[in-house]
Ligand binder design. Structure first.
Ligand SMILES: [Zn+2]
Length: 380
């Protein structure tokens, strides 16, 4: 019978077919070997470590990933290596290393030269960006590179970094404060340089989702993926005075007659260190540098600008409202009788004319002609 005659031939063809398929599949997985064979890890086509088995070689990579992963693995949207990593069966009977040793080889800083081929011509900055190397680094290692780089050019940089670079993107959600803003509302009802908070500010709150770019487990940059305002901030409102103080106008408050000072003898009784005599000091001394500016403590009219054997060069300002101030021992006077001055106008320069032993401004104050303690009005 025809059918019976063809049976053995059919069986042979089938067996041959099965063997071919199985063989091909096996060839493309592990090759025609039985049991464990050594496997190499290649980084950018360079053999870096040989492990006893393919599984061990793969374990090394998984362990590196695990080392660099900083948080929950699920929070990563991308994990990979910057370099091209491949596994290849090692030839012959090579010396293998342990998983730990391979881990060290791939993750410790290694000094070496890396050569890159420029794909697309561009400026130094453009090429640096496409290669992922800082432009300064390229320039440092290739001082003659120039600003325009041709395609196909090879650039070599010296690095001291691990052979493998893990690049990952981690998603992180954080609640942050939104700092409040301050607006200044100009008002001619308040004096110039006077600021009054009309409404206080309050920080807001927002939930931000970041995409954090990590290189070997360290954050390199982050971008905002999502933002949700939970609480709007409240803007602080400040009234800013624009009203100019006219010369001669008293504000009613008194500033210091000098900028920086060391407090000397204050108003009141003191014992003279030389004679031991108890004397009344009718002012307060602000010790400062020679020629430092002396300012009018408040606006008013200069009623005296001249010389006195005891005061030296001195100025008296009438502030109205029965109040007046006196500034003594100046080297130079910058105002004359009849001048109208504002609070803070420079009226003289600090000196030690008259009865003085060091550079200072001797300030006296009067209320209705009565000598009073300047401290009542001037804060120091
Ligand atoms: Zn004095």
């Amino acid at each position: 019978m025809e059918i019976k005659k063809n049976k053995p031939a059919l069986a042979i063809i089938l067996i041959a077919l099965v063997l071919l398929i199985a063989g091909t599949a096996y060839y493309f997985t592990d090759g025609f070997t039985f049991g464990n064979v050594p496997y190499s890890i290649y980084v950018d086509k360079k053999e870096c470590a040989i492990l006893s088995t393919k599984k061990e070689a793969k374990d090394v990579l998984s362990l590196i990933e695990a080392t660099y992963i900083t948080g929950d693995r699920d929070s990563y949207t991308e994990i990979g290596f910057k370099e091209n990593v491949t596994f290849k069966r090692a030839k012959g009977d090579p010396e293998t290393v342990s998983v730990d040793k391979a881990l060290t080889i791939l993750t410790k800083d290694t000094e070496r030269d890396i050569t890159y081929k420029v794909d697309k011509a561009g400026t130094l900055e453009e090429v640096a960006l496409s290669l992922g190397i800082p432009a300064e680094k390229i320039l440092e290692d290739n001082p003659d590179i120039g600003d325009r780089i041709a395609a196909g050019k090879r650039i070599t940089v010296h690095v001291n970094a691990p052979l493998l670079t893990m690049v990952a993107v981690r998603k992180a959600e954080m609640t942050e404060e939104i700092p409040y803003e301050t607006v200044f509302i100009k008002s001619d009802e308040a004096y110039l340089d006077i600021f009054v908070t009309q409404k206080s500010g309050e920080n807001g709150k927002q939930r931000v989702t970041y995409l954090i770019n990590e290189v070997n487990g360290k954050e390199k940059s982050r971008e905002i993926a999502e933002k949700e305002i939970l609480l709007e901030p409240v803007t602080r409102e400040v009234i800013e005075g624009t009203k100019r103080i006219e010369a001669g106008t008293a504000t009613g408050t008194f500033r210091l007659p000098v900028d920086s000072y060391k407090l000397g003898t204050v108003y009141g009784y003191r014992t003279d260190p030389l004679t031991g005599e108890r004397k009344f000091h009718n002012g307060t001394d602000f010790q400062t540098d020679e020629n430092a500016p002396v300012y009018a403590c408040d606006g008013g009219k200069v009623v005296k600008a001249g010389w006195d054997d005891s005061y030296g060069n001195y100025v008296v300002i009438d502030h109205g409202n029965l109040l007046s101030t006196l500034y003594a021992h100046n080297t130079e006077l910058l105002v004359k009788e009849g001048d109208l001055v504002s609070k803070g106008t420079e009226i003289a320069k600090v000196g030690m004319t008259g009865d003085a032993t060091g550079f200072h401004c001797h300030l006296e104050m009067y209320n209705d002609g009565q000598n009073i303690d300047p401290r009542i009005y001037v804060v120091y």
